[in-house]
Design a protein around this ligand. Structure first.
Ligand code: MN3
Length: 202
């Protein structure tokens, strides 16, 4: 069965008051994410080794293989965006108790977590992602990956939240000001309830 674009878990206009406008979401979800899904299905159609595999299997299988770079980029981006949409909320920004306690324990404070996440997001040269992950050692950590890569591929831990730092994610709302976009994302858009649920399920 072909991969499909997941529906947004809120209206296209739902995040406008939080700093992500309707046009950004229409283009980002309807055009960019759709293009990754369409391209991924094209690779699955023509590469026998990908047929019948789950998205996670394709990401892991194609990672680090130059001859499968196209499949990896598009599978990775489909996986990343599938995590990105529910990782934001019109009610975002508030950190529930269990996650806050874990953040305080592993980073020292919420401010220290946000500083580390923002530093990773800004340090990612060109396109990529910043992540809050639960490492194999049981501690929260921040990671960054280029282009369509992700912690599933690199083995850096279980991704709890991912922030898209490709320019298409912020250019309409923040122009070239990636640090402002990431700060706003952490303070107002990030769905920490979603991250806490993923932490509890880990
Ligand atoms: Mn994107």
């Amino acid at each position: 069965m072909a991969f499909e674009l997941p529906a947004l878990p809120y209206a296209h206009s739902a995040l406008a008051a939080k700093g992500m406008c309707q046009e950004t979401l229409e283009l980002h979800h309807g055009k960019h994410h759709q293009a990754y899904v369409t391209a991924l299905n094209g690779f699955v159609d023509k590469m026998a080794e990908l047929k019948g595999k789950s998205l996670e299997e394709i990401v892991r299988l194609s990672h680090g293989k130059p001859e499968m770079a196209g499949a990896f980029n598009n599978a990775g981006q489909h996986w990343n965006h599938t995590l990105f949409w529910p990782g934001m909320s019109p009610k975002g920004g508030g950190i529930p108790g269990a996650l806050e306690k874990k953040i305080n324990g592993d980073f020292g404070s919420v401010a220290a977590f946000k500083d580390a996440f923002k530093a990773a997001a800004v340090a990612q040269f060109g396109s990529g992602w910043a992540w809050l992950v639960l490492g194999a050692n049981g501690k929260l950590a921040v990671a960054r990956t280029p282009n369509g890569s992700n912690p599933l591929a690199t083995g850096e831990g279980k991704a709890l939240l991912g922030c898209d730092v490709w320019e298409h994610s912020y250019y309409l709302d923040f122009r070239n000001r990636r640090p402002d976009y990431v700060q706003n994302w952490l303070d107002k858009l990030a769905n920490y309830e979603f991250a806490e649920a993923a932490l509890k399920a880990a």
